[in-house]
Design a protein around this ligand. Structure first.
Ligand code: AMP
Length: 423
């Protein structure tokens, strides 16, 4: 008798594998350009790692985890997602003791006991990025930029970026009460599961795919209209920064994502070409309380994950073919004041199209930053100080030749490009 692979799993070979490897290679190059380091964590963890972080009342923890007892009766779970394991590893290995933010990326198989269908598997492959240790809205903008550059570097053109803010613990609490009151008034329109969620975790009603439930919450209070002033300011800055980066987004008031750990900015990339139940290619958000929940220091964080199975499926469906790329130089960008944030963003975007480029949103002093760049063997350092900012210039230092020159940002882009390309 021939044995089959378990339901919801797949063998990958031939064309399928070429697509998966292409997506992995492209994204590794992009993460390298944005200076994210790789991390590998176990495919299974103590069950508590997920139940504590993702949330007891979520579908994942309630119904979808592959949980088992090992021979010593320890409860273990195959990872249903990547963030919880990465945060556990950062806390356990005290990775936060280095220069913050820590910027990491991972790729690996995930496991959820879902009803398998096209684009929805029980074993699937995700890659994701996490930045731990910065509350700066520039960090949110960088994450959104990274996910959107990832899809455009793969050749996608017409994807939609949805964005929302879920507020902090304080404003979310008062919003949740208002939303719960609204649901109580409309509970006869909700499915039995959502009626139960209404008491256990009302925000999860947003995850329900049933048309009747979606309809019932159409006129519910919107979370982004109940933000405290600091969350509102944060959300406005994120939207302004991504606009500067030329990224279009749509605010989606019902976007709350399926895990409990999210706070403030959440986002999702969807395709109109895929079946609406499986149209999300990737998404993420801030999780400012999670590191602390895992027993680590109080460090804000943000991340995202994309699904390779769905991405590869859509590439093939749209006729996007895998293609090749070239070697890159590295540049470290130093902005000496928070006031230059928008100029910094414009320069970062330019450099990251051309080379491996990093900066530190948590500004320190210039000599420390220069030492950091030297220690990490950057080819160039670019500096935005007061003079540069006022005169719209950028000073670029060649770290091998020890030569520095201030370029006119508006008129000398071609000369800068020639320098970075080594022409
Ligand atoms: P999530 O971790 O639920 O935010 O999902 C992030 C991305 O992973 C989604 O946008 C999908 O592309 C992918 N994904 C999630 N669940 C599955 C699944 N069961 N099968 C295939 N891909 C999935």
């Amino acid at each position: 008798m021939v044995l089959n692979s378990p339901r919801g799993t797949a063998d990958l070979y031939g064309k399928e594998l070429t697509y998966r490897n292409f997506i992995l290679e492209k994204s590794k190059k992009l993460f390298n350009r944005f200076c994210y380091d790789p991390i590998v964590t176990p495919a299974f963890e103590h069950t508590e790692v997920f139940s504590r972080s993702i949330g007891q009342a979520t579908d994942i923890v309630q119904k979808e985890m592959y949980t088992f007892y090992d021979k010593k009766q320890r409860s273990l779970t195959l990872r249903p997602e990547g963030t919880a394991g990465v945060v556990r590893a950062v806390v356990e290995n005290k990775l936060y003791a280095q220069n913050l933010p820590i910027k990491l990326f991972y790729a690996g198989n995930m496991f959820r006991y879902e009803r398998p269908q096209k684009g929805r598997m029980r074993e699937f492959f995700q890659l994701g990025a996490e930045a731990i240790g910065s509350a700066n809205p520039l960090m949110d903008a960088e994450m959104i930029w990274l996910i959107s550059d990832l899809f455009s570097s793969l050749g996608f053109k017409d994807l939609v970026l949805l964005i929302n803010s879920m507020g902090c613990t304080l404003c979310r609490k008062s919003y949740t009460q208002k939303f719960q009151e609204f649901l109580h008034h409309h509970q006869e329109k909700l499915c039995p599961e959502c009626r139960h969620r209404l008491d256990t975790n009302p925000l999860r009603v947003f995850d329900c795919k049933r048309q009747s439930c979606r309809h019932a919450i159409e006129d519910s209070p919107k979370i982004s209209q109940h933000l405290c002033s600091s969350c509102r300011d944060h959300f406005e800055k994120v939207r302004r920064y991504i606009k500067i980066l030329g990224i279009n987004c749509q605010i989606d008031h019902s976007l709350v994502r399926g895990f409990d750990y999210y706070s403030r900015t959440v986002f999702e990339v969807v395709s109109t070409a895929l079946d609406s139940a499986q149209n999300a290619l990737g998404g993420g958000g801030r999780y400012d309380d999670l590191v602390k929940q895992f027993g680590g220091p109080d460090l804000p964080a943000i991340g995202f994950a994309i699904g390779l199975d769905r991405t590869s499926l859509l590439m093939q469906q749209l006729g996007i073919k895998p293609s090749a790329s070239r070697e890159l130089k590295s540049l470290y960008l130093i902005s000496m004041d928070q006031q230059y944030s928008e100029y910094l963003l414009e320069l970062l975007q330019f450099f990251r199209k051309e080379c491996i480029c990093d900066t530190n949103f948590n500004i320190k002093n210039i000599s420390k930053e220069l030492k950091w760049a030297q220690k990490h063997h950057y080819d160039f350092v670019a500096i935005i100080g007061e003079e540069e900012f006022k005169n719209c210039r950028v000073s670029i230092k060649d770290m091998q030749k020890f030569k520095q020159h201030a370029f006119d940002w508006k008129n000398e882009k071609d000369t800068i490009l020639a320098l970075l390309r080594g022409n």
